[in-house]
Ligand binder design. Structure first.
Ligand SMILES: Nc1ncnc2c1ncn2[C@@H]1O[C@H](COP(=O)(O)OP(=O)(O)OP(=O)(O)O)[C@@H](O)[C@H]1O
Ligand SMILES: [Mg+2]
Length: 376
């Protein structure tokens, strides 16, 4: 139930007696009342007080009731306007209908009839308010429901993709165990090493996948700290060189023009860049055309921005592939890829206020350029 003193009413009439009678009656009923003797004053009060209901005489000097009604509706179409009409105002009454007057009270004004008209106007206002609240609640519910559906469907996709990958990795593990066992049986160290190599590879992939899943499910805020650039580059170098052990891929890390320190979440940024470097390694391994492969990593500072370049001369990719690389679960590597890597890298860079730009030539090279605001 709405409280009457929450409803404000503006009474507009050029006759003082009528204004006084209506004011007393409506204040007595508990409404908040404003008074105006002509249309111009009424408009000023309307703009500053925003009354819910306006009761106006139809015939007034300066500005008539119809013009006032028209202007009020233009200011706020939801305002309810009651017209006070006299005998012989038929054509004016019909005109005011066109401008959406709520009701008509004939002179001399009967206060009881006026009260009934006001109550009808309040019912209309309340119903509209309830409808608005209901619609807003409904919109929220729909939004939540679609978010939940999105979440469930990506969860389903994730489980499907992970199961598929785990199956592939188990086959690799089985293969490694089989080769290592055969080596032990034959007392052949070379075969044992081969088996262990296969096992190591599979364990590495499982580790990466678990790390990615953990990052994906982690909705934590960034933990930004000042990071010493040299130490960060050393960290990258150490990780990549370990990954490149036994592979014929050169790693160049020529950083000259870099800032002393950077400001970001060390764990997240490391994960983002290593995912890109992992792909560079995979791309070099997948390329059977070139004899020599190289991966480059460079950090530099350019006009107030931090720019990180990662390039490789591996297999490259065509335009269609390039368009999809940041999509969750997009992978061209069958069981060897989950399609998590770049999705996570992109999310992390975006969270830091940065962007990733990729150029690639199939069969030749791929270049990643990551732009980050220097100080965030
Ligand atoms: N340097 C690159 N050279 C060629 N193709 C690339 C390169 N980087 C990314 N891609 C393409 O983008 C795809 C998506 O990469 P992303 O890292 O998201 O997934 P993935 O490497 O397949 O799997 P994982 O989840 O194990 O990282 C890759 O499958 C590959 O097709
Ligand atoms: Mg990857």
């Amino acid at each position: 139930m709405i409280n009457k003193n929450q409803i404000s009413i503006l009474i507009v009439d050029d006759e003082e007696d009528i204004r006084d009678v209506l004011e007393i009656a409506l204040i007595d009923s508990g409404y908040t009342v404003f008074l105006a003797e002509n249309g111009e004053i009424a408009l000023d009060i309307f703009k500053s007080k925003r009354p819910d209901i306006v009761i106006t005489d139809i015939k007034m000097p300066i500005m008539d009731g119809i013009e006032l009604l028209r202007r009020i509706k233009r200011e706020n179409p939801l305002t309810e306007v009651l017209m006070i009409t006299g005998h012989g105002d038929m054509h004016l009454t019909i005109r005011s209908l066109k401008y959406d007057a709520m009701d008509f009270i004939t002179k001399p004004v009967n206060v009881d009839i006026l009260e009934i008209a006001i109550e009808k106007a309040i019912e209309k206002i309340v119903a509209r308010q309830q409808l608005l609240e209901y619609t807003q609640k409904l919109e929220l519910l729909i939004l939540e429901k679609s978010k939940l559906a999105d979440h469930l469907s990506s969860l389903g996709l994730m489980i499907g993709s992970i199961s598929h990958n785990i199956k592939g990795l188990l086959t690799n593990l089985d293969g490694g165990v089989y080769v290592a066992r055969s080596g032990v049986k034959a007392e052949d160290n070379k075969i044992i090493q081969e088996g262990l190599g296969l096992l190591e590879q599979a364990v590495d992939r499982i580790k990466k996948m678990i790390m990615d899943i953990l990052l994906y499910s982690k909705e934590r805020k960034l933990n930004r700290t000042a990071i010493d650039t040299k130490t960060f580059i050393e960290q990258i170098k150490e990780i990549v060189e370990l990954k490149l052990k036994g592979k014929k891929i050169a790693f160049s890390c020529n950083n000259s023009d870099f800032p002393d320190s950077m400001y970001f979440d060390n764990e997240f940024m490391l994960a983002a860049l290593i995912n890109i470097l992992d792909n560079a390694i995979d791309a070099c391994m997948a390329d059977t055309e070139k004899k020599e492969h190289e991966i480059g990593f460079e950090i530099s500072k350019k006009s107030g921005q931090l720019v990180i370049y990662i390039h490789d001369n591996g297999c490259g990719m065509d335009t269609q592939t390039k368009e999809k690389i940041f999509n969750l679960f997009f992978s061209s590597k069958s069981t060897k890829g989950t399609g998590f890597g770049l999705y996570i890298s992109n999310s992390i860079i975006k969270q830091h206020g940065g962007s990733i730009h990729v150029t690639s030539i199939k069969g030749k090279e791929t270049r990643f350029k990551i732009i980050l605001p220097d100080k965030i």
